[in-house]
Write a protein that binds this ligand. Sequence first.
Ligand code: CIR
Length: 264
Amino acid sequence: MASTYPVYRFDSFIVRTPSSSVVNGLRADDRGNPTYAGVLAEHAAYIHAVSRAGVEVTVLPPLEAFPDSIFVEDPALVFPEGAILLRPGAPTRAGETAEIAPVLKRLFSSVLDLPRGYADGGDVLTTQNSVMIGLSARTNREGAEALIESLARLGRKGEIVETPKDVLHFKTDCSLLDEETVLTTERLERSGVFKGFRTLLVPAGEEAAANALRVNDVVFVGSDYPRTAELLAAKGYDVVPLRTTEIGKIDAGLSCMSLRWRRG
Ligand code: CIR
């Protein structure tokens, strides 16, 4: 493991301002289009909240041609020791990698390309000792195996795991709360992938809350999931609710809106 810092300690974030095309973003179930004003407000609140948690935020300009490009987590992975440009599995998102590449090349001395297959950053959970890569409709085995090779070049160990059926991304159903604790859903916990971790299960009916976001001393949780917030507060976490009602209509959680790393 290259870094001795807890993996939820960050000082740098990249986000991208939503374009008006965001209302046409991909979604599994149609719950209606989000409003552009609502997405902009939720995104602005996200930037404000993570800044208060102690990170410097680089805000990239909107990309009208890519409705889902607000979800910068998916076309790349970043670590203190370098970045990996991914190959998103949704055809309408493939071009997002070329858009973010120049930014990462300015910020990181080592930027690798995923050589083959498909992999979305939403399928990747970085823990203290390994990088878990969930197979999904967006990340195939060829991409996951190629990603393990790229990770090894950065000194990181990758492992391939399964994502529950009908779940968009591996991280749709989990997030790291601290070095040994994962917040997850019953369906993902049941698959046994979190051996060696303490798991906290989101209450039934609040499955979408499993994509929380630990940033330094706080845990951001979607404000539509009060029982998850209560559970985490009772366990001693400093919980900050963030509204995801509009972006949630295009299957967004909290991690997907940023790339996060620690420079120093
Ligand atoms: C998509 O289907 O690609 C977007 N509408 C949502 C992506 C969410 N990304 C993530 O959780 N990492």
